[in-house]
Design a protein around this ligand. Structure first.
Ligand SMILES: [Zn+2]
Ligand SMILES: [Zn+2]
Length: 134
């Protein structure tokens, strides 16, 4: 992924960007996923569509800031009530959760993709944190 402050490529687990010294997700200038320049208030990247959570007041604040979500809980929610987007609500992706609720998990395909991401460990909560496996 890329530093949201300076666009430098950083490790997925990096706490601090080696180029600018700030936490990689603390900035608001670049998309962490595709390095496209983003406007400071952008909630999603205009190019690749990833959620740029945490920049807008109220967005990503659900469940407390920086709180890590449980991997198993998210997986079980996605498996059993994923068609309603419940795992998305749980992980703070409220807007996407509503869309999944209305579309039945994107006709099931979207939920299936989420489940695969959760299983493979690439699913992130609204704060950009990966899920915690206990
Ligand atoms: Zn940086
Ligand atoms: Zn992007």
């Amino acid at each position: 992924m890329y530093c949201r402050n300076c666009g430098n490529e950083v490790s997925e687990k990096a706490i601090m960007c080696v180029a600018c010294g700030t936490p990689p997700l603390a900035g608001n200038k670049y998309c962490y996923n595709c390095k496209t320049e983003t406007s400071p208030g952008a909630v999603v990247c205009m190019k690749c569509g990833v959620a740029l959570g945490g920049q807008t007041p109220g967005f990503g604040a659900i469940g407390g800031t920086g709180e890590r979500k449980d991997w198993l809980t998210t997986l079980l929610l996605a498996l059993f009530v994923g068609w309603f987007g419940i795992h998305r609500f749980y992980t703070g992706h409220t807007a996407i959760g509503v869309v999944q609720l209305l579309t039945g998990g994107g006709c099931g395909i979207w939920t299936l993709i989420d489940i695969i991401q959760i299983v493979t460990g690439s699913y992130k909560d609204a704060n950009g944190n990966i899920l915690v496996k206990n």
